[in-house]
Design a protein around this ligand. Sequence first.
Ligand SMILES: [Zn+2]
Ligand SMILES: [Zn+2]
Length: 262
Amino acid sequence: MRYIADHDFHIHSTVSRCCKDENQTPETILQYAKENNFKKICLTNHFWDESVKSEAEWIEEHGYKYLTSVLPLPKAEGIDFLFGAELDMDYNFVLGISRERLNELDFVTVATTHMHLAGNSVRTKIMTPEEGAKIWLEKIRELLKKDLPFHKMGIAHMTCGHIMKEKTSEVIKLLKTEDLYEVFSDCAKKGMGIELNTKTIFNSEEEKDILMRPYYIAKDCGCKFYLGSDAHKVSALTSAKENFERIITILDLQETDKFVLQ
Ligand SMILES: [Zn+2]
Ligand SMILES: [Zn+2]
């Protein structure tokens, strides 16, 4: 049975500093879920837990007080509106959340590819695709080494433009097949979800093959997938479902490939 697009586990609201659309409120997001017949959605604003020590400097407005300022979330019958966050990992591989706060959240999506944040998630600006590929792998490996509740965690936008803008596909191309099999086998074993982010954009068939390769390998390893619009504005919500269906078709995903959040 074809994978049903019945959820969205990566959505931002005005609490994220990069969200500039004042209409991107929890109420609007709930309405989006109703219109698309989603059963579960999760609000995942950017979050760096200020109780976690990091050499890097993080935005104060992404602290706990701001994250939780949207609570309580609005309700609608038949829709589970979950409360989560998008986490970062600093250049020393410190994950920006304490265990205590992780326990309070329903779900977290971990951005291992925010490689545009020099001085934070990467030490210095990424200069070459080789360097990008090295960090791409290291971040996932280091994340998987940690003792975490992986059943309620996902890896965000693995092939997004934050990696190296227009050179992102060059970075992904450099990832060795055996290394991808190694990390995704571990993901599958630990039960961590793989995000299908609607922002994975390709401009040609060749680029599509390059950017989709990690997902095909993840599928082959038995990884489970969830959908994430990563919407920061209302117009992105409007096109999300169509983009989800497109990715489901490309990867030929079935219901058995779905990451199920309990
Ligand atoms: Zn992100
Ligand atoms: Zn995001």
